[in-house]
Design a binder for this molecule. Structure first.
Ligand code: PEP
Ligand code: MG
Length: 861
C-alpha cells in the first residue's frame, strides 16, 4: 500500500492513516490555507517498522524521495542544496492526540556547508548558526539518545565565560563557536538524507518511550495504533522582528467566550512559545504591529472554526511578514467552556442539539456542581485513595465528628479524617468540606453517604495510617499529618495533597440549564434520585429527579436521637422489649416519609424496607458501649453482651435486608404502616403520593410471597379503615445472583425490579464492599481488572446477570418496570449499558443527576 502522502493527497478523515496532525495539515492544504508543504508517512508504516525488527521497509526511502521532489518544487528550494537549502521539521502524529509525548526534530537538513548557504541566502548568519545548533541539540537528544541537558549546560558555561546575560547577547560568531562545541559532543551525520532516515526511525521509536507508554495507558489508547511521521518544510519565526510564532484558540478555552484568544512571540520559534521560557504577548500586539498578518490570521481562524464546527487550537508562524499555518486541532477546554461553547454553537447554527450533547463529558458537567481542584495547580500528592465523591475540598484536619462540628462552628473549614465512617459520624460528615478514610471502598458507608450529600470524599486511602487516638495520619513516606493541618482532597481523582490547592468554583449558568433541558428532550431513560431527607429530595427535584428510586429507610435513623432508638431496637432481647422502640421509630418514619411524599408530589417514591448492615449500628469500642448503656438505661455488660451476640464475621453478607422481615416481621409491619400512614396523610393534605415498597436482598419467590403478604394485609387494613384509594406498587431489589438467576420465578409476584448493583457486584465478585479498597488498586495496576467494578458496572458478568434477569422476568410478566439504584446508576458508562438493556430508569445520588441526564441523552442520540 501507499506509504507516503503529500499534503494535498489526504484529508481530515484520514486520522487513522495519517495521524491527527497529518490529516489536519492535509485538510488545511485543501482549504487553500498557507501551509508549508510536506508529506506524511503513514501509521501502518510504523507498524511495519516494528514488525520488521525496527527497520524501515525497503522501498520507503524511494517512496518519500519522490514526495520530497514535489515538495522541493512547491517550495522552490532543495533539500541538501547549499545554494538554496530546504529544511524540514519531522514530527510524530498519532491518530489520537498525545500532546508532547513523542519526539520532534526541527531544522533538519543542515550541515557545515548548508549552514553557510543558509546564512548567505537569508543574509542572516546569526539566525543560520542558531538554527544549526538547535538542530544538533534536537538530533542528539532524539536520534542519538544523548543527554539534552549537557548542551544547555555548554551554552550556559559559554555565556558565563563571555559575561553574557541572555541568548540575545549571542552573535553569529558565538553560535558558530557553540556549534563547534556541540560537534565535539555529538557525532551526527552530515548527509541530509541520512539525517532524514534516522529522524523517521527515531519518531517511530518514540512511540514506545516510557512517557508515551504511560500516557497511552492512562488514556486507554491502544498500543497497536502506531504513529505517523509528518515531514514539513520549515518556516522560521525567529527570522527577525517581522517574524514570530503564535498559538491561539478560536474561543476562550477557560470561559468559552466567543472571542479570539491567543498569544504571540516576536522573533521566536514555535518551540519558544510552547516551552514557556519567554513570556508571550497577547495576540492584539500582532494586530498593532503587523495588521495585515493579523487580518489573515483572523480570517483563517474563523474559516477553520466554521469548517471544523468546533473550537480550534491553532499554531502559526510569521516569517518576514508572511503568515503560515502549522497546525489546527480541536482545542482542550474547561468544563465551563465546554458547555458554553456547545450551547453557543447550537445558537449560532453551527451544530445541532444532539451534537452539542455529545460534545460535553461527564467531568464537564461535574465542574458545574462542585468546586474542582484546578488541574493546572501545582500539587504535592501525599496519598491516594478511591475517588468516592467528586469535587475538591480544603480544610483543617479533624479526627472525630464532634471535633468537626466544633471547628466548623468556629467558622473554619474542616476535613474529617477517619479510619472508616459509621452512622454516628453523620453530624461530622454534614459539616465537613471533605471526608477522608483509610478503609472502605466505593460503596461503603462513607462513600455512599458523602455522595448523597454532595460532599467531596476519598475512601480506601490505604497508604495513610490513621491513628485517631494520637490525632495523626501518617503517609507511606513518613509524613505526619496532624490535627489542624490544612490539606486538600481531590474527590474526583482520589488525591490527597498538603496545603490549600486552588480550585474552580461551582455555579450554575443559563447555558448549563439549556444543555440539561436538551438532554431531557433527547433521553429515553428516566432519572431518579437516591434520597431520604426532604432537603435531599428537594435538591434532587431541582436537579431534575423524576422520582425517588431508593429511599434507604435505615438512613432516616442516622440522627443522634434516632440512632439510639434504632440501636435499642436492634439490641432488644425480644419482641416485647422491641415494641416501644418500634412505635417511636414509626412516628419518625411516618413524619419523614410524609415530608418526602410532599416534596415528590405526584412522583414515585421507592421506599426500601429496612436493610441495616448491623456493624454500622452496633457500638464500636468500650467507650461507645458505656455511653450507649447509659443512654439506654441498661448495664454496660448487657449492652456488650447483646452487641456481641449480634456481631457478625461478615456483616455485609450477614443478617441484612429481607432476612430482618423474616425473623422480625413486626419491623416490616411498623414500616408498612408508616409508609401507608404517611401516604394517607399526604392525600388528606391534598398531595398525590406514589409509594413503591421495595424488598431488599431477596433470594427467592417465597420470601416475596411471605413479605408481600405482610405488606398487603397491613395496607388492606389501613386503607379500609380510612376508605381512601392509593396508588402504590410492591417490588423487589435485584441484588443477589440468586435473584437474577431465578428472575422468571420472582416476576409474577412483583411490579418492579430495581438492580442493587452494589451488593450484586459484591456477591458476583466475592469482594466485600467495605474491604475491596485494599486490593482493588493493585488489581487495577496489574491490569487484572479494567475498572473498579464498584464504580463502573462490570458489564461482562454482573451485566450478564442483569440481562438474564430482565429477559427472563419479562417473559413471565410484561408489566414489570426496571430500574437500577446501585451507585452505578450515576456512572455514565453504566448508564449507557442500562439504556441498551432497556431499563426504565436509573437512580443515583442527587448531585449525580445532571451527569445522569446528559449520559442518558448521550446513550440515546
Ligand atoms: C445496592 O446494593 O446496590 C443498593 C442500592 O443497596 P445498598 O447500597 O443500600 O446495599
Ligand atoms: Mg444493597
Amino acid at each position: 500500500a501507499k506509504r507516503v502522502y503529500l499534503f494535498n493527497e489526504g484529508n481530515r478523515d484520514d486520522r487513522d492513516l495519517l495521524g491527527g496532525k497529518g490529516a489536519n495539515l492535509c485538510e488545511m492544504t485543501n482549504l487553500g490555507l498557507p501551509v508549508p508543504f510536506g508529506f506524511v508517512i503513514t501509521t501502518p508504516t510504523c507498524r511495519e517498522f516494528f514488525e520488521n525488527g525496527n527497520h524501515l521497509p525497503n522501498l520507503l526511502e524511494q517512496e518519500y524521495r519522490v514526495a520530497l521532489d514535489l515538495v522541493e518544487k512547491k517550495m522552490d528550494a532543495r533539500f541538501g542544496d547549499p545554494e538554496n537549502p530546504l529544511l524540514f521539521s519531522v514530527r510524530s502524529g498519532a491518530p489520537i492526540s498525545m500532546p508532547g509525548m513523542m519526539n520532534t526534530i526541527l531544522n533538519l537538513g543542515l550541515n557545515d556547508a548548508i549552514v553557510e548557504g543558509l546564512a548567505k541566502k537569508t543574509g542572516n548568519p546569526r539566525f543560520a548558526y542558531d538554527s544549526y545548533r538547535r538542530f544538533i541539540q534536537m538530533f542528539a537528544d532524539v536520534v542519538m539518545d544523548l543527554d539534552g541537558a549537557q548542551f544547555e549546560r555548554e551554552i550556559e558555561r559559554y555565556k558565563h565565560a563571555q559575561g553574557y546575560q541572555s541568548d540575545i547577547d549571542m552573535s553569529a560568531a558565538d553560535w558558530r563557536a557553540i556549534v563547534e562545541i556541540f560537534k565535539g559532543i555529538a557525532d551526527f551525520p552530515q548527509d541530509p538524507f541520512v539525517q532524514l532516515r534516522k529522524a523517521v526511525e527515531a519518531v517511530f521509536l518514540s512511540w514506545h518511550t516510557p512517557r508515551a507508554n504511560v500516557y497511552r495507558e492512562m488514556n486507554n489508547i491502544p498500543d497497536s495504533l502506531g504513529t505517523a511521521v509528518t515531514v514539513q518544510a520549515m518556516v522560521f519565526g525567529n527570522f527577525g522582528d517581522d517574524s514570530g510564532s503564535g498559538v491561539a484558540f478560536t474561543r476562550n478555552p477557560s470561559t468559552g467566550e466567543h472571542t479570539f484568544f491567543g498569544e504571540f512571540l516576536f522573533n521566536a520559534a514555535g518551540e519558544d512559545v510552547v516551552a514557556g521560557t519567554r513570556t508571550p504577548q497577547p495576540i492584539s500586539t500582532l494586530q498593532d504591529r503587523l495588521p495585515e498578518v493579523y487580518q489573515q490570521l483572523d480570517e483563517t481562524q474563523r474559516l477553520l472554526e466554521r469548517h471544523y464546527r468546533d473550537m480550534q487550537d491553532i499554531e502559526f508562524t510569521v516569517q518576514e511578514g508572511r503568515f503560515y499555518m502549522l497546525q489546527t486541532r480541536s482545542g482542550k477546554r474547561t468544563g465551563r467552556a465546554s458547555i458554553k461553547i456547545a450551547v453557543d454553537m447550537v445558537n449560532e447554527g453551527l451544530i445541532n442539539e444532539k451534537e452539542a450533547l455529545l460534545r460535553v463529558s461527564p467531568e464537564h458537567v461535574e465542574a458545574f456542581l462542585h468546586p474542582m481542584v484546578d488541574p493546572a495547580a501545582k500539587k504535592d500528592v501525599v496519598a491516594t485513595g478511591l475517588p468516592a465523591s467528586p469535587g475538591g475540598a480544603t480544610g483543617h484536619v479533624v479526627f472525630s465528628a464532634d471535633e468537626a462540628v466544633e471547628v466548623a462552628r468556629g467558622g473554619r473549614p474542616v476535613i474529617l479524617v477517619r479510619r472508616e465512617t459509621t452512622p454516628e459520624d453523620i453530624h461530622g460528615m454534614k459539616v465537613a468540606q471533605g471526608i477522608l478514610t483509610e478503609l472502605g471502598g466505593m460503596t461503603s458507608h462513607a462513600a455512599v453517604v458523602a455522595r448523597g450529600m454532595g460532599v467531596c470524599a476519598i475512601t480506601g486511602a490505604t497508604g495513610l495510617n490513621v491513628n485517631i487516638e494520637a490525632g495523626t495520619a501518617t503517609t507511606r513516606d513518613g509524613h505526619v499529618i496532624r490535627r489542624g493541618d490544612v490539606i486538600t482532597l481531590d474527590g474526583s481523582s482520589g488525591e490527597v495533597m498538603l496545603g490549600d490547592i486552588p480550585k474552580t468554583e461551582a455555579s450554575s449558568s443559563d447555558d448549563f440549564q439549556t444543555l440539561l433541558s436538551w438532554a431531557d428532550t433527547h433521553r429515553r431513560l428516566k432519572v431518579r434520585a437516591n434520597a431520604e431527607t426532604p432537603e435531599d429530595a428537594r435538591r434532587a427535584r431541582e436537579l431534575g429527579a423524576e422520582g425517588i428510586g431508593l429511599c434507604r429507610t435505615e438512613h432516616m435513623f442516622f440522627d443522634r436521637e434516632r440512632i439510639d432508638l434504632m440501636r435499642a431496637m436492634i439490641l432488644a432481647r425480644n419482641k416485647d422489649e422491641r415494641e416501644p422502640y418500634l412505635q417511636k421509630l414509626r412516628v419518625f418514619q411516618q413524619e419523614d416519609l410524609l415530608a418526602l411524599f410532599k416534596v415528590m408530589d405526584g412522583l414515585p417514591v421507592t421506599v426500601r424496607l429496612l436493610d441495616p448492615p448491623l456493624h454500622e449500628f452496633l457500638p464500636h469500642g468500650e467507650e461507645d458501649v458505656v455511653e450507649l448503656a447509659k443512654r439506654l438505661g441498661r448495664s454496660a455488660d448487657e449492652v456488650r453482651e447483646a452487641a456481641a451476640s449480634l456481631s457478625e464475621v461478615n456483616p455485609m453478607l450477614g443478617f441484612r435486608g429481607c432476612r430482618l422481615s423474616v425473623v422480625m416481621p413486626e419491623i416490616t409491619r411498623m414500616q408498612v404502616s408508616a409508609i401507608i400512614g404517611a401516604a394517607i396523610e399526604a392525600i388528606e393534605q391534598g398531595y398525590q403520593p406514589y409509594p413503591e415498597i421495595m424488598i431488599p436482598l431477596v433470594i427467592n419467590v417465597r420470601e416475596i410471597r411471605l413479605i408481600g403478604e405482610i405488606i398487603d394485609s397491613s395496607i388492606r387494613k389501613m386503607l379500609k379503615e380510612k376508605s381512601v384509594s392509593l396508588r402504590y406498587k410492591v417490588g423487589t431489589m435485584m441484588e443477589t445472583p440468586r435473584a437474577c438467576l431465578g428472575a422468571d420465578r420472582l416476576a409474577p409476584e412483583v411490579e418492579f425490579m430495581s438492580f442493587g448493583t452494589n451488593d450484586l457486584t459484591q456477591m458476583t465478585y466475592g469482594f466485600s464492599r467495605d474491604d475491596a479498597g485494599r486490593f482493588i488498586p493493585d488489581y487495577l495496576e496489574n491490569k487484572l481488572i479494567e475498572h473498579d467494578p464498584f464504580v463502573s458496572l462490570d458489564q461482562r458478568a454482573v451485566g450478564r446477570l442483569m440481562r438474564m434477569a430482565v429477559e427472563e422476568s419479562r417473559g413471565a410478566n410484561k408489566n414489570i418496570k426496571y430500574g437500577i439504584c446501585g451507585e452505578h446508576g450515576g456512572d455514565p458508562r453504566s448508564i449507557q449499558f442500562c439504556h441498551d438493556l432497556g431499563l426504565d430508569y436509573v437512580s443515583c445520588s442527587p448531585f449525580r443527576l445532571p451527569v445522569a441526564r446528559v449520559a442518558a441523552a448521550q446513550a440515546q442520540v
